[in-house]
Design a protein around this ligand. Structure first.
Ligand SMILES: Cc1cc2nc3c(=O)[nH]c(=O)nc-3n(C[C@H](O)[C@H](O)[C@H](O)COP(=O)(O)O)c2cc1C
Length: 350
């Protein structure tokens, strides 16, 4: 199936600009999500076999999830389960609705199977997200797998008020999803990554944990691949102190690979975060470091450049308990999810 997508479908899709295709795909998946018959069809084409794992108290039918940024409007919540994903991370969502950066803001580096994006948290805001999630819950079509929400900071909120901004979204959305990810690592909101600094992050985590009761929901932090190991260690110390459930490693990178290819150079000169194949090794390196430093005690969701079962297995061997995919879906198509789960099933018992 991946072969068919790469040879027949991808070339047609790639004649159009990447954000338009993204929006059309999400609209189509949104339609499928509202139709039980279409969801069953998707499921019969793409469902993945069982490979159950239990992490931070949640049961996952398989360890392969949808990464944040793909479904910022919660437009296709049931469809992700039908495509075989073992969990979904919706968002990033911010307290205030915001349009994001001007287009064009998403670029393909096809020869490297990478993407550069500077979307800037375009999203409908936490209130609209809550309404949408309530609709899915009420429709009886809520998926059986865990659903998480990626929380970002509104662009209009200064960093000094970041804790309040994250807390507002968390308070509203907390009853509506299974786990939450504090995103302080997107390169596309000015100064957001400064919130990875110890004092700023501690204030945010303290504010969130204060409202995380009764029955605390798993709370994780998502980190950038551009952090030094020393900076990462400070975050690990905070995560332990504030009793968080895990870490998502990693977001996109501001680094660029060396290349002599003119087309790639042009794409890489765009401002934004790079994802896809060139991110794979660095993200695995970060996962390995976190696993070593925490002696395997902190659950890690590994993300960055997963295009095959081998890539996912590399992240799991480095210490990840769960993995996520974004760019791999763009380049390999939806059959990738089942392929990765089947590949992992073949190696995991060993
Ligand atoms: C267009 C686009 C939008 C993204 N938006 C978000 C976001 O809102 N929040 C977030 O934490 N990560 C976001 N990401 C990062 C992905 O979740 C993921 O960490 C990154 O793309 C690396 O995985 P990949 O190589 O499989 O794409 C986005 C990525 C892309 C390509």
């Amino acid at each position: 199936m991946s072969w068919f997508y790469r040879r027949m479908i991808r070339p047609a899709l790639f004649t159009q600009d990447s954000e338009s295709i993204h929006n059309r795909t999400l609209a189509a998946l949104g339609k499928c999500s509202r139709s039980p018959a279409l969801c069953s069809l998707l499921s019969s084409l793409y469902s993945a076999p069982e490979l159950p794992v239990e992490v931070f108290g949640l049961k996952f039918p398989n360890p392969v999830g949808l990464a944040a940024g793909m479904d910022k409007h919660a437009a296709a919540v049931p469809a992700w389960a039908a495509l075989g994903f073992g969990f979904t991370e919706l968002g990033g969502v911010t307290w205030h609705a915001q349009p994001g950066n001007p287009a064009p803001r998403m670029f393909r580096a096809v020869a490297d199977e990478a993407l550069v994006n500077r979307m800037g948290f375009n999203n409908p805001g936490a209130e609209a997200m809550a309404t949408k999630l309530r609709e899915w819950h009420d429709s009886g079509r809520w998926p059986k797998h865990p659903v998480g929400i990626n929380l970002g900071k509104s662009k209009i909120t200064p960093n000094e008020k970041a804790a309040e901004d994250y807390a507002n979204s968390f308070r509203l959305l907390r009853p509506l999803a299974d786990f939450f990810v504090v995103n302080v690592s997107s390169p596309n909101t000015p100064n957001l990554r400064a919130l990875q600094d110890k004092a700023a992050l501690d204030e945010i985590l303290a504010a969130l944990q204060q409202i995380n009761s009764p029955q605390p929901k798993p709370l994780l932090v998502k980190v950038a691949p551009d952090l030094s190991f020393e900076a990462l260690d400070e975050i690990l110390e905070l995560i332990t102190r504030r009793n968080l459930s895990g870490i998502v490693a990693t977001n996109t990178t501001i680094a660029r690979p060396e290349t002599s290819d003119e087309n790639l150079r042009r794409t890489y000169s765009e401002t934004g975060g790079l994802s896809g194949r060139p991110l794979r090794a660095r993200s695995t390196e970060i996962i390995r470091h976190i696993h070593r430093q925490t002696r395997g005690a902190l659950p890690i969701i590994g993300v960055g450049g997963i295009f095959s079962a081998d890539d996912a297995w590399e992240k799991i061997q480095a210490g990840a308990s769960l993995v996520q995919i974004y760019s791999g879906l763009v380049y390999e198509g939806p059959a990738l999810v089942g392929e990765v789960v089947r590949g992992l099933r073949a190696v995991m018992p060993r």
